[in-house]
Design a protein around this ligand. Sequence first.
Ligand code: F3S
Length: 516
Amino acid sequence: MTDKTEDAFKMNRRKFIKRSTMAAAAVTLLPKQLPLQTADAAAPADTGASGGGKLPDYAGKMLHSDMGVQSGRKAAMPDPKKPYQMPLTKEEQDILNGSKGKVIAKIMKTIVAHGNAFGADKLVELGGAPHSSMYFGTGYMKALIDIFDECADAGLRAYRPYTVNPRPYDVYNVNNNAKDIELIYEGYALQRDVDYIHSRLGSPDLNYRSCACYLDEVGNAPKPGTYVAWAESSAVNYGNSVLGLRTNRNATGMELLCALLGKAPRFGLMTDEGRMAKWLVEVKTTKEPDWGVVGTAIGRKCVEDVPYITGLEKYFKGGKVTADNLHLLKAMGSATASSGAVGLYHVEGVTPDAKDKGKKLLVKGYKTYVIDDAEQARVRGTFKNLWPDKNADPTACFIGCPHNTYYEVVKWGKMVTEALKKAGKKKAAIPVYMFMANVVRAKLIEEEPELAGAMRRGGMLPTNMCSVSYAGMKGFSERVRGVTNSAKTRNYSSIQYFPDDVLVEIIVTGKIPKRA
Ligand code: F3S
């Protein structure tokens, strides 16, 4: 198998796992198609809902996958005729049988089916606060919207007030033109329903919407070791790795069901075994690495496996992740999670699991991947120019996917306004969209009002939307030639990736420099 076909194979396996999870959920949520799960957890009835009965085709394949390794357990379903049934307490079984009402029983049944599919050993109490990645109201979200409407109508609420990903559009700062408005209201016709669901299930107002929920201003950073059930890949990746949380990469919808139940099935990245690293990644670049490129390289190589990364400690003074360096891990981690499906990484001397256990986190027979200058350049060289007119000039710059930290906003504000001043220009050659939570923007206005004004006058527009959603709008790639410093945005769009210093030059001149 060549590197390319191997990568494609791994990506297909990742998609398969994700689809299988949602399929398990969807099957269970279909009313009246499946009998209720029996009260006898040890000897489950012959139903698809509890993992019994004839396995659907997709589930049968799991028996031959590496799920046992990925979930941190031995293959849980060696015999398709005796599918795995996770143990439940009496109280959990009672809830499943309807002791607390029909709606919560359906939720329990769905979550147990999900746990069964992945060989979970039990349901665990969730702590901290939930984070939901259900944020866009497109037509195909209707089924999920209906499910959560039913939950809200039944009076259910999340176990704590929770955070939600940014909305997919911003009609005040970015989409404030007739064409975009038309596309938005056609494409996101159910957005109001999604927002209404979240306000009824317990999320705060829209000012807190952000994928970087763990930032101080947004305030969702549970303590190390807390079990949560998050879904947004960059938040899962940051939470598991940097905060030391324990969550799997849940599919959208599953995270909110778990939030309503207050429990999640424990498997995979929630277990000690599942947090072991199969890869030793040695970063040996002679200068500070390009964090987005290194993250992309790791994601492509490790796919869904856990990497143990060395060579980065020197960029985190005293091994501490602080307000002025956390964006480095945010950039690298989100790239691992979008170019692959990395839900957890360890950085030697920096992240909590690695500080605790060091190289003992490596499994026996681990593989090694070295990222030196040549490998970094090779991976960077695979970033293709996807603009229809490849030699034309850029038309917009995208900074902040995942959402900017306050430190990044100030840093970019100063870099761009000073570069403009130096060049004798009043305004950037292209609009610079700065993606951030409204609460971060509010802090900028309160603490750096002069800079906020200079940024605005210079063409830097704060927006609380999702960068990739904007890039996914119909006709975007024909209309906009974007540039970004986010490897995640690059992964999901036609926007071109450049390092920060090149981006500043592009912003000032409107041209891509020859050296780039
Ligand atoms: Fe956040 Fe959207 Fe990027 S949710 S991580 S800005 S894709």
